[in-house]
Design a protein around this ligand. Structure first.
Ligand code: GCU
Length: 650
């Protein structure tokens, strides 16, 4: 074993760690010294191979703790675990130990940040990365950001949008990327970049980006060599190809595998990875939910070993509730990572509280975590003061990291960790208030599902910005599968998309038992019913009520749940910081009004087709359908509507 001082010396002698004060080891030392719960000794034992570079053991000793690890990142994660246990009152007692290794080695935050400082689907201000100041000036916020990643267990960051500007690979930008990498390294966070597949043309001036062209392959090799000279621990490339207008290998008659492998070969001698997204849906006739599977499943086994195929959790696009994507498990010879969306593109942006751990826990209850090699989360981080705008949305950043570290964790456990660490005064609250806050967090995602898209409804959002309801939406010239009617298919017969064997047969892409379960209207889980079936309005649900009555009650329940969340938050008022209190209170007010807006818009609109009255236990609408249909929010894809804006349009 190496004692503390010796470990420091060995870290300093590492060729890549030019400055010993900027290593995970030095960070762990600083964090250990600041620990409030007792003395912490760090021990780096490079022989403890079973822990890997990131695992740790914490032993409770007389009056303090010893963190043991085989790698510097492991020490850091161990100290943060101590802090987590201290805050939630679960520190080990003398003689006890805690031992952890991460489930996935790839635990990555994907930023959709543009080089002009905007963030696609970002609702927490502008990009953290100040490209115009870099590399000379390095914001201290990069370190703050990296620390929060490390505390959650996140070890990678893709700095730029998947709709990637080729400029990111220009030498002038690479030196800026290197400066960010230097700032993240002390927290064991590696940098990755999204790349534009046509970069050899757009940046390199070549006539083609065909992956089979030797000059193209050489161009990428040279680019990778240049990157690794600047950033020796660079993680690799994330690629969105042949999707939503982005270039890709199919433009040159090549497959996704051929495109990915060409990049993989340029990266492999440096140890880098290609993370190739499976988010594709060509404008064909096929059900959009089937397209990623149709395009990718036949390529199973054709990807090089340093390629990971990254698949969104559901088959469409981060809806409030989706079934798992059938691509999971369908490519056993291909490493896969799941992509979650932390930023709330479809969940009320940063106005609504939607704690997402329950959604991700639900995913892992259907997809065997051990069939995956990593997890990525589309970041909700921006440059506003608290980095996530909604103060409680920081819990989603944390929850993503924790589930990527251990996908078997429960949402409740994550909330029990997050609240005491992040809400000052939490420890002084009476048990009933703490229970209320836990429940508020844990119920919030289901509340959103209920007031937006219950029973498997999906994608009935306002066009473009995806905030608010527009089940009636029509946009001349827009692709059918960008419009709500494609998804809800409301008519006088019923509601929902028939994906059974009689319909689009998307159910046919699922393995058993899901194929039979989802494909049978009488057995399909009701929270996914309208995803898989076109259901008659008077269909008897398991409760005995009709589909229509149940739909109405779901919208009502969503509104009621938000009111309950408001009461639960109000009960915390005497104990929390007044500024935090008012901020969350204000957002919950918006959320309550938005829930009403969703309920009125959807029930008034769908009621035209059902022709049925609201059940007695559902409150009548407060708006008219005409009022709802007049709402047009003047926001872009990187803005969250303000309260003033919402008040003025409703
Ligand atoms: C969604 C989102 C886009 C994003 C895309 C993607 O469609 O609306 O802004 O670019 O997903 O994941 O690539």
């Amino acid at each position: 074993m190496i004692a503390l001082g010796a470990a420091r010396a060995s870290a300093a002698s590492r060729p890549s760690a030019a400055d010993a004060s900027h290593t995970p080891f030095a960070t762990a030392q600083r964090e250990a010294a600041a620990f409030q719960g007792g003395h912490v000794e760090l021990r780096l034992d490079r022989r403890a191979k079973s822990l890997g570079q990131e695992g740790f053991v914490i032993r409770a000793l007389d009056g303090g703790y010893r963190v043991e690890a085989a790698g510097e990142p492991g020490l850091l994660y161990g100290v943060y675990a101590l802090e987590r246990h201290r805050a939630s009152g679960t520190l080990p007692k003398e003689g006890e130990k805690i031992e952890e290794t991460p489930f996935y080695s790839l635990r990555m935050l994907d930023h959709w940040d543009n080089l002009d400082g905007t963030i696609e689907r970002g609702y927490a201000g502008r990009s953290l990365w100040r490209w115009d100041e870099l590399p000379d000036s390095v914001s201290p916020r990069y370190g703050e950001y990296a620390r929060r990643n490390a505390m959650a267990g996140i070890n990678g960051a893709v700095l730029n949008n998947v709709n990637a500007s080729p400029k990111i690979l220009d030498s002038s930008y690479l030196s800026k990327v290197a400066a960010i990498a230097d700032a993240l390294r002390p927290y064991a966070v590696r940098v990755y970049l999204s790349v534009n597949f046509a970069s050899p043309i757009l940046l390199g001036g070549l006539p083609t980006a065909d992956p089979a062209d030797r000059e193209v392959a050489k161009w990428w090799k040279r680019k990778c060599d240049e990157i690794y000279r600047l950033i020796p621990d660079f993680g690799g490339f994330l690629v969105k190809a042949n999707s939503e207008g982005q270039p890709g290998p199919c433009d040159f008659g090549r497959t996704h595998a051929e495109g990915a492998n060409m990049l993989a070969r340029a990266l492999s001698r440096h140890g880098g990875k290609v993370i190739w997204r499976a988010f594709v849906y060509s404008p064909s006739d096929a059900d959009r939910a089937k397209q990623a599977y149709l395009e990718f499943q036949p390529l199973d086994g054709r990807f090089d070993s340093n390629v990971i195929v990254q698949v969104k959790n559901g088959p469409i696009d981060f809806q409030p509730r989706e079934p798992f994507s059938p691509l999971f498990g369908a490519m056993p010879a291909t490493p896969q990572a799941v992509e979650f969306q932390i930023t709330q593109e479809y969940l009320g942006h940063s106005n609504h509280l939607a704690f997402l751990a329950p959604m991700w826990e639900e995913f892992f209850s259907h997809v065997d975590p051990s069939s995956l090699t990593g997890a990525a989360g589309v970041s909700n981080v921006g440059d506003c003061a608290n980095m996530t705008s909604h103060p409680l949305a920081a819990a989603n950043w944390y929850a993503f990291g924790r589930l990527a570290w251990d996908p078997r964790l429960t949402s409740r456990r994550i909330v029990e960790e997050w609240l005491p660490m992040n809400i000052a005064g939490y420890a002084d609250m009476p048990r009933s208030v703490r229970d209320g806050l836990e429940e508020m967090m844990l119920q919030s995602r289901e509340a959103v599902v209920d007031y937006m898209m219950p029973l498997g409804l999906h994608h009935i959002f306002a066009f473009g910005h995806h905030y608010g309801p527009e089940p009636w939406c029509e946009v001349e010239g827009a692709r059918a599968d960008w419009l709500p009617k494609y998804y809800h298919r409301a008519d006088s017969a019923g509601l929902g998309f028939d994906r059974s064997a009689r319909g689009s047969d998307a159910v046919g892409q699922y393995p058993e038992p899901y194929r039979s379960l989802y494909g049978d209207m009488s057995r399909c889980p009701e929270n996914l019913l309208l995803w898989f079936h076109h259901v008659p309005w008077n269909h008897r649900m398991r409760s005995g009520s009709t589909l229509w009555d149940e739909l109405c009650r779901a919208y009502q329940r969503g509104c009621d749940r938000v009111e309950r969340m408001q009461r639960q938050w109000a009960a915390a008022k005497p104990y929390v910081d007044p500024e935090l209190f008012t901020d969350v209170e204000g957002r919950l007010m918006i959320q309550a009004r938005d829930a009403q807006w969703w309920k009125d818009a959807c029930l008034l609109y769908f009621g035209q087709f059902s022709g049925m009255p609201l059940p007695d236990d559902v409150a009548p609408p407060v708006h008219t359908l005409e009022e709802m249909m007049r709402v047009k929010l003047p926001i872009s894809n990187f803005e969250c509507p303000t309260r003033e804006m919402l008040n003025s349009v409703r």
